[in-house]
Design a protein around this ligand. Structure first.
Ligand code: PLP
Length: 394
């Protein structure tokens, strides 16, 4: 076992060596510009891009023509929300999303609010699930978009996507889902879920960083998006810029591997997840953040009362875990997701996210359980408040 252990797969994953191997020829040998249509160098690159487009589409039950390559989910989220706001502004100016979404959605929505759009931010219950009745009641005749993520990056909770899709369908409202943490990990089909726009990022499932995709439904309904980047008309004009051919090839291969290995890998990780959760919940004053079963296979998030996550990390340098989400760890305010599910400051500040994946072994899971348990106990031993609570003084 090599230390430090990487237990932060929800932040990013190592690239699968099979993905790297597939990408390598596209740097020095097959280096053409996929837009060069008058020579072999361009044709070869174009062919590789077409193959990858099909691999991405196959993973989510889409058509290749419905996939647009982007730089990742931040961009796919931005294109989705801004495009729908722009194209459908004649129909209305109301957007529905949720307080536990990724910042790439929340900040885009705040930006649109500053431009005159109305946004409803749904609450969740304490497990992070939205209330379908609250969603149903939030629609108005001005609603043009519902944007709700599939699996949450911090607490792992998986929303009832099919039911959300149905509610949107019944009302003719476009449904975008940030599926960044779910694609390649759990079965996800654009037709059974009714997702019209889906954000995908390669580096969350063993592909390279800086490449991703946006699925755009072409039938029932045909969803229209607008260019947010102007230029050379790549990707049907919807996302200009020379294609990142090696990245696209890597994303395609990552999708192909996930398509083949998802079933076994999902079961293996759920076993790890449940073992970890069961073991930690045997300790006193430990709270699971997120839903117990409607949960990403590779995510564990717990609050250890009478500790704080910064101290746990400082004492446990042999394991890389996260406090809140990677994107907010630079700021000291508690995670917006933990706040949204009703965790008070103390519990939000004692939360750790442990996330693992394809290259994690059972030995590493056991090591993590042991080290986190030891560290929490050690910190509690030194805590006056813990002592007083134990003695019934507070
Ligand atoms: C990582 C992540 C993003 C951002 O994706 P990038 O490809 O890194 O821009 C967006 N949403 C969720 C849920 C994520 O986990």
């Amino acid at each position: 076992m090599k230390l430090p252990l990487y237990m932060d797969y929800n932040a990013t994953t190592p690239v699968d060596p099979r993905v790297v191997e597939t990408m390598v020829p596209y740097f020095c040998e097959i280096f053409g510009n996929a837009s060069s249509s008058n020579h072999k160098f361009g044709w070869e690159a174009q062919e590789a891009v077409s193959k990858a487009r099909k691999q991405v589409a196959d993973l989510i039950g889409a058509r290749a023509s419905e996939i647009i390559f982007t730089s990742g989910s931040t961009e796919s989220n931005n294109i989705s929300v801004k495009s729908v706001a722009e194209v459908y502004s004649e129909k209305g100016n109301h957007i529905i999303t949720c307080l536990t979404e990724h910042k790439a959605i929340l900040e885009t929505c705040e930006y649109l609010e500053s431009r005159g759009f109305n946004v409803t931010y749904l609450n969740t219950d304490e497990t992070g699930l939205i209330d379908l009745n609250e969603l149903a009641e939030s629609f108005t005749d001005k609603t043009i978009l519902v944007s709700l993520m599939t699996g949450n990056n911090e607490i792992g909770t998986i929303q009832p996507i099919e039911e959300i899709g149905n509610l949107c369908k019944e009302r003719g409202v476009i449904f975008h889902s940030d599926a960044t943490q779910s694609v390649g990990k759990i079965p996800l089909n654009v037709d059974t879920t009714g997702i019209d726009l889906m954000s995908i990022s390669a580096h969350k499932f063993y592909g390279p960083k800086g490449i991703g995709a946006l699925y755009v439904r072409s039938k029932n309904p045909r969803v229209k998006i607008t260019r947010q980047t102007h230029g050379g008309s790549q990707e049907k004009g919807m996302r200009s810029g020379t294609l990142n051919v090696p990245g696209i090839v890597g994303l395609g291969k990552a999708c192909e591997i996930s398509t083949e290995e998802m079933d076994t890998e999902m079961k293996r990780q759920i076993k790890f997840r449940d073992k970890m959760i069961d073991e930690f919940l045997k300790m006193e004053n430990v709270h699971l953040n997120g839903h117990r079963t409607n949960r990403l296979p590779n995510n564990v998030n717990l609050s250890f009362a009478y500790t704080d996550s910064e101290s746990i990390l400082a004492e446990m340098k042999d394991i890389a875990v996260s406090t809140g989400s990677a994107c907010t760890s630079a700021s000291l305010s508690p995670s917006h997701v933990l706040t949204a599910i009703g965790r008070n400051n103390e519990l939000a500040r004692s939360a750790i996210r442990i996330s693992f994946g394809r290259f994690t072994t059972e030995e590493e899971i056991d090591y993590t359980i042991r080290r986190v348990t030891e560290t929490v106990e050690q910190i509690r031993q030194q805590s006056q408040i813990y002592k007083m609570a134990k003695d019934g003084l507070i």
